[in-house]
Design a protein around this ligand. Structure first.
Ligand code: SF4
Length: 400
């Protein structure tokens, strides 16, 4: 894995030197942090940027390693052979009913491909399999695993509960790094996260233009993979570069023609599919996606722990589906979409269980919803012909 990431990092460096682009800056920052996680002189923390208020980690000298994002950046996963690394897990009894992301992680662990964590932080939300899978990884590596638990409702008690956990995690980070928590450094991370939030909103506002000048799939990847960059000036820089590039494209009239606009949720498949090409052939733009949306409030820089606790509690994946429904309805309105596309990973139980509620709410507003069953990264569970038929039928509905 390390050699693969080093090769990717070198290729990205070359691309960057030839022509610096905002999305390349994102990929470059993400891959270089994965390479850094293998460095024996650096303290490595397994953490999900999208399921943890990552700004806290910018107060310490640590290298983050998101098991799901990292293993899905392997060329096998990206190019539709993710199962290569899932079979070692399946051979140990991890059933194909388990999310492919988690079989991929356990497969990579079994093959000795992962770096060693000094601390593992897993989360109660987003995913029912994450907590157990990450705990298995930490146990096999003989490391410590902390479960970050975020309750369903926002209340003074829940804010206190989450704040105390974040303080405890800060203490553990101080323990592994030998650094004292520097409150000014933490406040600075909150400051940069707020700056990035503002520039992300500007970037997202450009997606409201017709035709849409960017790509909801890339926006989704940036939202999930780029979560570890919230708290660093790099995330703001990525947004500002993208804003300049997209604005120039609009001014030069270089956008793709657009007949229909769709919203995508929840997350975009990692493996190659024929979905986005079919949309493009039919002039359908994916104009926004759930992970790209600015769902959190500006944080109070003077009270970092409580601000981070609130951010975790505000996450749309925490609490009742009403929160997600109201965000989806807001996106439908703001981005003026003609339809909504849902990508189902059957093993993503909490999400697929919510689907009837979210889709019914949208349909009640007169919005057509397409459900595409598939799998994020297991090519054995993705059927291109069936998908093309479904997508084509949906485009017919949009024509209607
Ligand atoms: S697809 Fe669902 S179950 Fe799988 S890792 Fe993501 S959130 Fe978890």
């Amino acid at each position: 894995m390390l050699d693969t990431f080093k090769t990717m990092a070198a290729m990205m460096e070359e691309r960057w030197n030839q022509r610096p682009r905002g999305f390349d800056l994102f990929n470059r920052a993400m891959i270089s942090s994965m390479v850094r996680a293998f460095d024996d002189d650096v303290k490595t923390v397994f953490v999900s940027g999208y399921a943890f208020p990552y700004e806290l980690l910018w107060a310490f000298d640590v290298a983050p390693f998101d098991l799901e994002i990292a293993t899905n950046n392997l060329p096998q996963a990206l190019n539709g052979q993710g199962s290569t690394f899932m079979t070692p897990a399946e051979n140990q009894g991890y059933s194909q009913d388990i999310c492919s992301f988690h079989r991929l992680i356990i497969g990579c662990l079994s093959e000795g491909m992962l770096p060693t964590a000094d601390l593992t932080i897993t989360s109660s939300y987003y995913c029912q399999g994450k907590a157990k899978t990450w705990e298995i990884v930490a146990n096999r590596q003989g490391g410590e695993c902390v479960a970050f638990d975020v309750p369903n409702e926002v209340s003074p008690a829940s804010i206190r509960y989450v704040t105390e956990q974040l303080k405890d995690i800060a203490g553990r980070l101080a323990g592994i790094t030998g650094q004292r928590l520097d409150m000014d450094r933490l406040k600075n991370a909150i400051h940069w996260s707020n700056r990035a939030r503002k520039s992300l909103q500007e970037l997202n506002d450009l997606m409201k233009l017709k035709p849409c000048p960017w790509d909801g799939k890339r926006a989704s990847l940036l939202g999930l993979g780029g979560a570890i960059l919230l708290g660093s000036p790099i995330r703001d820089e990525i947004h500002n570069m993208l804003i300049s590039e997209i604005t120039a494209r609009v001014e030069q009239g270089k956008t793709f023609p657009e007949d229909y606009r769709v919203l995508w949720y929840p997350w975009a498949p990692v493996q190659q599919t024929n979905i986005f090409d079919t949309f493009k052939e039919n002039q359908v733009s994916v104009v926004m996606s759930e992970p790209a949306y600015v769902w959190w409030s500006e944080m109070d820089e003077t009270d970092p722990f409580e601000a981070l606790a609130l951010k975790a509690l505000e996450n749309p994946q925490v609490g009742t589906p009403a929160k997600r429904i109201s965000n989806l309805e807001a996106m439908v309105e703001e981005y003026d979409v003609d339809g909504v596309v849902h990508f189902s990973t059957p093993a993503c139980y909490h999400e697929t269980t919510t689907y009837p509620l979210t889709s019914e709410a949208l349909k009640d507003k007169g919005i057509p919803v397409l459900d595409i069953p598939g799998d994020m990264t297991d090519e054995r569970k993705y059927f291109p012909e069936q998908t093309r038929t479904r997508v084509s039928a949906f485009i017919e509905v949009l024509h209607g």
